[in-house]
Design a protein around this ligand. Structure first.
Ligand code: 5AD
Ligand code: SF4
Length: 451
């Protein structure tokens, strides 16, 4: 590879989960610290970071087509961008990417991106660099502090508290791409939360692949779980809202349930994936819980916080799933009445046990089941929104709407709410929910507390 001019502008394109969004923000901060600026809207960037996802579908193919598109656009504009592939595809297929895509200068895994600046140095000298080490915690220590790095004032932020997964669900690549579970230290998290709040953040979403498996030692040296962390963060006066995602049913503690009853700043929303309503399928997935155990946990949750909005993840068409087993999923959905839920067609991931199980289902069966499941979920989502009409609640204003004087934000139940009136980004507006759509609500503003 030829030596390359040091980049002046960058663009980070993040795919997949919120953890990738967080990682993407941190990479952007890291580049910003080196004096590299975000590329203006509509302009080609000197450096493009493709922050990839490997969880489903032909993610790797998408990466190659993105690389092809970037090089073509670059050639047309007279300058080819420097390309870095980051994220879980980089972790899983780093060597193949280097071999197949000569335009790529850097391949960096999710646990190694703090080394991006060094790699950038190599790339400018014309050396291609790959780093897919997993030194877990070191990454967070090496990243710039977030108050300095966070240029754009935005009222919500993600905070990664835990990474990796030890559950080994048979369909899932996460334990391989993100590695074993690690928890970031309590003091570091409190410090990062402080800095975010000082930079204007009012809502923090604690992130982890298994966020409720987080554990740490508090200032007194006592071992605490996610509930203890939430209670500690709730003490930050200017932090108004706390959320967390994603949880595994088996790591749920009574303490966390109690938090939902007792900590006002913890929002009444829970994303708790179940994947299937059939115990046979759950067993084959190695979920290590039954449908009934999951339902009982949700009952406990509703007893603690009656207005809680529930969300989940589902996979249709897992190998061997029968029509009756799929019906069990539909029944579970009917029973829960989700405020929101995500559903996916099963996608065999190389290296996972389910990929080599017999009885992989045809695409048409999966498509048809997905449609039926999504119809149920959409029906329940609309019903949840309709049942919210008339409620008065706080809306944290996140952005301007399409039209002058329109604002968009989130209700405590994570509904997107828009309203008209005087407001600013970062305001907590008191809004009466007036009209329900399938994906958003119209509100009428009562009062607003300035940012
Ligand atoms: N195929 C389809 N969906 C998957 N998920 C994880 N792995 C796969 C796979 N191989 C879904 C699960 C998980 C969400 C993040 O992605 O529902 O909860
Ligand atoms: Fe994947 Fe299961 Fe771990 Fe979730 S709990 S990240 S689905 S292995």
């Amino acid at each position: 590879m030829k030596p390359q001019t040091p980049p002046k502008t960058y663009r980070v394109k993040s795919f997949g989960c919120q953890m990738n969004v967080y990682d993407g923000e941190r990479m952007a901060e890291l580049l910003g610290e080196r004096g590299i600026e975000p590329a203006p809207e509509g302009e080609e960037a000197d450096l493009v970071v493709l922050n990839t996802c490997h969880i489903r579908e032909k993610a790797a193919e998408k990466v190659y087509s993105d690389i092809g598109r970037l090089t073509k656009a670059g050639r047309a504009a007279g300058k080819e961008p420097m390309i870095a592939v980051a994220g879980c595809v980089a972790q899983a297929e780093g060597e193949e990417i280097m071999a197949r895509a000569p335009a790529v200068s850097m391949v960096v895994g999710p646990q190694a991106y703090h080394r991006l600046p060094e790699m950038l140095g190599k790339a400018t000298r014309g050396e291609r660099a790959t780093d897919t080490d997993m030194p877990a915690i070191a990454k967070f220590d090496a990243l710039p502090s977030r108050d300095k790095a966070r240029k754009k004032r935005f009222p919500t932020a993600f905070l990664t508290v835990q990474e990796g997964c030890d559950k080994f669900c048979t369909y899932c690549v996460v334990p391989y791409t993100r590695g074993a579970e690690i928890s970031r230290p309590f003091a570091d998290l409190v410090d990062e939360a402080h800095r975010l709040v000082d930079a204007g953040v009012r809502e923090i979403t604690l992130l982890g692949q298994n966020v409720n498996a987080w554990s740490g030692e508090n200032a007194k040296g006592h071992t605490i779980g996610l509930d203890g962390l939430i209670r500690a963060l709730a003490k930050l006066p200017d932090l108004q809202r706390i959320r967390y995602t994603t949880s595994h049913p088996n790591d749920f503690t009574n303490g966390l349930v109690a938090c939902h009853a007792e900590v006002d700043k913890l929002m009444p929303y829970l994303h708790l994936p179940v994947q299937s309503g059939s115990d046979r399928v759950l067993k084959a997935m190695n979920r290590q819980h039954t449908a009934d155990q999951y339902l009982r946990l949700l009952e406990q949750m509703r007893a603690a916080r009656p207005d809680i909005a529930l969300s989940g993840d589902f996979i249709v068409g897992f190998p061997g799933e029968t029509e009756a087993e799929f019906d069990a999923t539909l029944s579970l959905v009917d029973e829960v009445g989700y405020a929101q839920a995500y559903s996916f067609k099963y996608s065999p991931r190389p290296g996972t046990p389910a990929a080599t199980m017999g009885d992989q289902l045809p695409g048409e069966v999966m498509n048809e089941r997905l449609q039926r499941l999504q119809a149920s979920i959409n029906r329940d989502q609309l019903a949840f929104n309709q049942a919210s009409v008339g409620r008065t609640c706080d809306v944290l204003v996140e952005r301007r709407g399409k039209h002058e004087g329109q604002w968009l934000g989130k209700s405590p139940w994570l509904q997107s709410v828009w309203f008209e009136g005087a407001a600013e980004i970062g305001d907590m507006a008191q809004v009466t929910l007036a009209e329900a759509g399938p994906n958003s609500m119209r509100g009428e503003v009562r009062e607003r507390a300035p940012a």
